[in-house]
Write a protein that binds this ligand. Structure first.
Ligand SMILES: Cc1cc2nc3c(=O)[nH]c(=O)nc-3n(C[C@H](O)[C@H](O)[C@H](O)COP(=O)(O)OP(=O)(O)OC[C@H]3O[C@@H](n4cnc5c(N)ncnc54)[C@H](O)[C@@H]3O)c2cc1C
Length: 259
């Protein structure tokens, strides 16, 4: 069973984000770039499937040169091969264009399942997977937390408001993967060494019929950080707990206005 996993390369979630000089993007100085955490669930599921049923895992990313390290990380964890689509950094970062590029990059490949993160951490659009499935003309199911595979069919489970939903779909299909699906593995030293010899196919975006300088479907006008938090109020209640409770209630009612 062949699986394709789409990998977004994002700033480490521990990064203290600063706005860049143009006010429309982030200052990338010193940022460590990682595999988007939800894509780790997608990769882990693909690895488990191919370990159980045979086949290959191909990871694919569209992004600048720095995304190469994310692909190497996936290869070190066990992916068999990688595709790195490059070019168009100045204008092609919107979700629909990303989905179009990924569709063009994978459409000639033989696959049973495409696994995608539920969202790319940082931008959180949660759009690329569904758009990619539509462009490829295959069914999709979002935010999956359980998966069973049968003969040419999958059964996926997902959380819905107040309950669980089970979805059945023919293969090939696309799933967006949610936290809880599995426990992603780390790369072992042996895998890191093996990854150096695994193939990474470098593809220029223009060779996929996508115009490098095309206008984006949307553009970010401005970015702003949330206002700095105030210092907070500490209520000391050791000597007079009842008085402290009364003071807390007063503050919640009169200042925070939450009760
Ligand atoms: C040409 C280009 C230039 C970019 N330049 C910058 C930049 O300068 N600064 C910056 O911070 N970010 C940049 N990015 C990252 C980009 O803006 C998004 O953060 C990222 O691709 C996720 O987008 P999204 O929120 O629309 O995805 P979502 O819809 O939230 O993603 C859902 C899932 O789709 C898949 N996916 C999303 N994007 C990609 C991708 N690119 N390749 C493979 N799979 C993907 C992943 O599995 C992801 O979990 C660039 C991306 C591209 C392609």
């Amino acid at each position: 069973m062949n699986c394709i996993v789409c990998i977004a390369c994002v700033p480490d979630t521990a990064t203290v984000i600063k706005i860049g000089p143009d006010g429309k993007g982030i200052d990338e100085t010193g940022i460590k770039w990682i595999v988007s955490p939800y894509d780790e669930y997608a990769l882990e599921e693909a690895l488990k499937i191919t370990e159980a049923k045979g086949g290959e895992v191909t990871v694919v990313t569209f992004g600048p040169d720095r995304a190469d390290s994310a692909l190497r990380d996936c290869l070190a964890r066990g992916a068999h091969k990688a595709i790195h689509v490059r070019g168009g950094e100045a204008s092609l970062g919107d979700s629909f264009t990303i989905a179009s590029v990924l569709a063009a990059a994978v459409k000639g490949l033989s696959y049973d399942l495409i696994l995608v993160g539920v969202k790319g951490v940082g931008t959180d659009n949660a759009q690329v997977g569904q758009m990619l499935a539509e462009l490829l003309g295959i069914p999709h199911c979002a935010a999956v937390t359980t998966l069973e595979l049968g003969d040419g069919v999958l059964t996926a489970g997902r959380d819905v408001e107040g309950g669980r939903e089970r979805v059945v779909s023919p293969l090939p299909a696309l799933l967006t993967c949610q936290k809880g699906l599995n426990e992603p593995r780390y790369a072992a030293l042996k895998g890191i060494m093996a990854a150096k010899k695994k193939p990474v196919d470098k593809v220029e975006v223009a060779s996929l019929g996508i115009q490098e300088g095309a206008s984006p479907f949307y553009a970010v006008r401005s970015l702003a950080l949330p206002p700095a938090k105030s210092a907070g109020t500490v209520i000391k209640g050791e000597d007079d707990p009842a008085g402290a409770a009364a003071q807390l209630v007063k503050l919640l009612r009169d200042e925070a206005k939450v009760i």
